[in-house]
Design a protein around this ligand. Structure first.
Ligand SMILES: NC(=O)C1=CN([C@@H]2O[C@H](COP(=O)(O)OP(=O)(O)OC[C@H]3O[C@@H](n4cnc5c(N)ncnc54)[C@H](OP(=O)(O)O)[C@@H]3O)[C@@H](O)[C@H]2O)C=CC1
Ligand SMILES: CC(=O)N[C@@H](CCC(=O)OP(=O)(O)O)C(=O)O
Length: 347
């Protein structure tokens, strides 16, 4: 491993994008890393201070093209590239370089499922970067290839997994999740124009077609032996960051709200980034903006005989870049929380 002054040398591909920019914001507060190459696509050659003016310590850098040659010579390479761009880069990098992909290319285990939802050939699967899932942290320790989860799957999985794992509910889960606009990336899209998004909430990917559906199914299958079904409806809301997921499932037997809370409290007792809020306090996105925390709350709708849980995440932090940094820490044997915070914003 190439270590300069005992610091890990890190490159970020897609540094001009939202995910890459957030990885860099976190790495600038990480005591164990030295930031090397910053690469991109159409903006290569541009002064970095013009592209990401909030990352002041990097303002004098220049965005380089995304090539294996530019990314070589680093201990860790973060990829914040569009779907389909990661495999060729990863293959060209030595096997001992830690490659952490914020994209979807290596998340799914089943090639047929990948092809159905993404419409392209499956590149393969890498250790999945959700350490809070049973057995996952062990897979990430020492890993040199890591697939960072999608933002909706992170919050949806963590919001319902304890209830499914404990057998409180059928593994037949309904998710309605509202996301801020940065989830769609920086590139201009018609539905993200100011006049379209301001003062508006809209549904998209309805009816089991959103590509995060199979990822959530795959995650929940890791906590139960029962067949898992997921109905997932994403909503776009006019805020830059954050996802609030409402997740419910039919009760298997009689469960009180206090019993449900006790299961969640035990499930997350040792997790520093997943926090069960005090009884009666419901998650709100701003509390986790900029932080690596996921806030959850759970209750039981007695009349409807359903368990109802709500979770929030910052889609760019624990939903992407924070998870990526958490995974880097685990892969390198550093303290898992280095460079990360659980402190959000208010108001
Ligand atoms: N936004 C989010 O909340 C989340 C995003 N992700 C994933 O992270 C990845 C990046 O997403 P996001 O940051 O939102 O996207 P953006 O559109 O904001 O950024 C894309 C980045 O990729 C670069 N790029 C685009 N095309 C190429 C290319 N052909 N070769 C090299 N570089 C290229 C762009 O460079 P340039 O500006 O120079 O063109 C830019 O730096 C995606 O795979 C996305 O799915 C994952 C979870 C959540
Ligand atoms: C609001 C919005 O558009 N969100 C994105 C999800 C962002 C994400 O997690 O992306 P990847 O799985 O592509 O990495 C979407 O629904 O496509």
């Amino acid at each position: 491993m190439h270590v300069s002054e005992n610091k890990v040398k890190v490159a970020v591909a897609g540094a001009s994008g939202y995910a890459g920019g957030e990885v860099l914001r976190l790495l600038l507060g990480h005591p164990g890393v030295e930031i090397g190459a910053l690469t991109g696509g159409s903006n290569a050659g541009e002064n970095f201070g013009r592209l990401q003016p909030h990352l002041l310590p990097l303002a004098d850098r220049v965005l380089e093209p995304t090539t294996p040659e530019v990314l070589a010579g680093h201990d860790v390479v973060f990829l914040g590239l569009p779907h389909g761009a990661s495999a060729a880069i990863a293959e060209a990098l030595p096997a001992d370089v830690v490659v952490i992909d914020c994209g979807a290319d290596f998340r799914l285990l089943d090639a047929a499922v990948w092809e159905k939802f993404y419409g392209s050939a499956h590149a393969g699967s890498w250790p999945y970067g959700l350490p809070e899932l049973p057995g996952q942290r062990e897979q990430l320790a020492g890993a040199t290839r890591i697939a960072v989860p999608g933002c909706y799957p992170t919050v949806s999985t963590l919001t319902i997994a304890p209830a499914v794992a404990a057998g409180l509910v059928e593994a037949d889960v309904t998710i309605v999740a509202a996301s801020g606009t940065s989830g769609a990336g920086k590139a201009a899209k018609t539905n993200l124009l100011g006049s379209e998004i301001m003062g508006n909430v809209s549904a998209y990917g309805v009816g089991g077609v959103h590509r995060h559906t199979p990822e959530i199914v795959q995650n929940l299958a890791k906590v139960t032996d029962e067949p898992v079904t997921v109905s997932f409806t994403p909503l776009l809301v006019p805020m830059p960051r954050g996802i609030l997921a409402t997740v419910s499932a039919p009760l298997k037997g009689d469960v009180t709200p206090a019993q449900a809370r006790a299961v969640y409290a035990e499930a997350y007792a040792d997790e520093q980034f997943v926090h069960l809020l005090p009884e009666g306090v419901w998650p709100q996105t701003k509390s986790v903006v900029g932080s690596n925390a996921v806030h959850v709350q759970v209750t039981v709708d007695v009349e409807a005989r359903r368990l109802v849980a709500v979770g929030v995440v910052d889609n760019l932090a624990k939903g992407t870049a924070g998870a990526a940094v958490q995974c880097m820490n685990l892969a390198l044997g550093l303290d898992e929380s280095m460079g990360l915070t659980t402190v959000g914003l208010a108001p």
